[in-house]
Design a protein around this ligand. Structure first.
Ligand SMILES: [Zn+2]
Length: 220
């Protein structure tokens, strides 16, 4: 029984570490301050271009650059980090808010839940039929989680970027935004495009892939 519990916990943590750690520092530890913002332009742009009526927008006072969507299509709440909100200009920010809204419109929270669930069910069956011990179950959790992240990247994050880049006013701003990510003051093991950890553990598609998508759409 312990092997199953360990497998599920390790899998959930590896697949969702960024969201879990960020929410924990915002909600429980109070390390990241939060503030509701009333940016009329964001509400109107999202409504006009995606049909989504945002309930609210929360600013996480964090120098890292990211956006997130909490809630569901019927209850859409957007989260933006101060790093992204202050560093990007309007055209660049449009790509971010449409990407986040795209996650809601395309029901990505539900889809990522189902993707993770299928990997977990697969793992549980594997543990059951092969009678894996704790070590085996832990190793399996690591391997399946890394595969799950790849599935999420190509089934969800790629789709959200496509949704967004097709709708932005200026695809060139998507390219300049990638440059700002590259030059961001906040550096860690995930910052470099060639980082193995980034490839293994980050949901997002690479900056150069986004740039080539924006280029091919702006030339149409
Ligand atoms: Zn995304």
């Amino acid at each position: 029984m312990l092997a199953y519990i360990l497998f599920v916990l390790i899998s959930l943590f590896i697949c969702n570490w960024f969201q879990l750690l960020t929410f924990a520092s915002a909600v429980f530890q109070g390390k990241i301050e939060k503030e509701k913002i009333k940016d009329k332009w964001i509400y109107e742009t999202v409504l006009q271009k995606t049909g989504l009526r945002l309930l609210d927008i929360t600013l996480f006072k964090d120098i890292r650059m990211y956006g997130m969507m909490a809630g569901f299509r019927a209850w859409p709440k957007m989260i933006l980090s101060e790093g992204i909100y202050k560093n990007l200009n309007k055209d660049e920010l449009e790509w971010v808010i449409l990407h986040e809204a795209g996650h809601c419109v395309l029901r990505h929270n539900l889809k990522s839940f189902l993707i993770e669930l299928s990997f977990i069910v697969l793992g549980i069956l594997f543990i059951y039929f092969n009678k894996l011990n704790l070590l085996g179950a832990s190793l399996l959790a690591i391997i399946l989680s890394l595969l799950c992240i790849q599935a999420i990247r190509w089934l969800i994050e790629y789709q959200a970027d496509k949704f967004s880049i097709e709708r932005v006013d200026d695809p060139k701003a998507v390219i300049s935004a990638q440059d700002k990510f590259r030059k961001s003051k906040y550096k860690n093991l995930f910052s470099s495009e060639k980082s193995v950890l980034r490839f293994l553990l980050h949901w997002n598609i690479s900056r150069s892939k986004r740039i080539s998508m924006a280029k091919s759409l702006s030339s149409k």
